[in-house]
Ligand binder design. Sequence first.
Ligand code: COA
Length: 197
Amino acid sequence: MSRELRHPPTIALEGARLRPLRVADAAPFYAYLRDPRVTDRTSYPDVTLPLVEAIIERSLSRWAAGEPSKWGIALGADDQLVGTCGFNDWSQVHRWAELGCDLARAHWGTGLMRRAVAAALAWAFQGDQIDRVHAFARVDNAPSARLLAHSGFLREGCLRSFRMCRGRPHDFDLYALLRSDWAAARLVTGARAGDDG
Ligand SMILES: CC(C)(COP(=O)(O)OP(=O)(O)OC[C@H]1O[C@@H](n2cnc3c(N)ncnc32)[C@H](O)[C@@H]1OP(=O)(O)O)[C@@H](O)C(=O)NCCC(=O)NCCS
């Protein structure tokens, strides 16, 4: 079992950090996730405090079990949670992880999530257990599509009626980034191992 999986690192981002979620994050997580603008182009069910508490609990359990999971994105000296980024799912056998993220509306359009995703990808591909990261974005989720394209993901196709979104089926695009794509992009840009941008 990888020690790093059981003990996810805190990763410094410019002006923020990725850190493990905490039980005390439930209130700020609920506060931003209950904004319908954050969930309306996702398959999140109706947002309640127990739902958010369950997401945090699941994340903590998964890290503790040695499985990749979500980090919190936190700002400032008070370490306030403004988003999450990391892995919703993982196959140890097939060596893939599913990326997921969400951000308080007030922080959209700042590039914070690009930095968070870059750091999560570097963590995944600098480890030895993940060769492919994929993500599912509802076809009308333009900010998500821009984020994934900027982060180097390729759109592999459209999954019709893939997920129910509050009672209605929706099409989702499948995006993926392979370890080899990531390594090649870093060679081209001259990025050094350990950079988060
Ligand atoms: C998906 C989501 C995280 C994207 O947030 P975002 O802030 O647009 O993401 P980014 O970090 O990529 O920000 C890029 C934007 O910031 C701008 N920006 C401003 N300052 C910047 C900087 N210093 N560096 C980089 N980009 C910067 C970019 O120009 C870009 O603007 P654009 O989208 O108008 O082109 C957000 O929309 C969200 O939380 N949505 C709800 C949940 C969701 O859909 N999750 C994804 C499911 S797959």
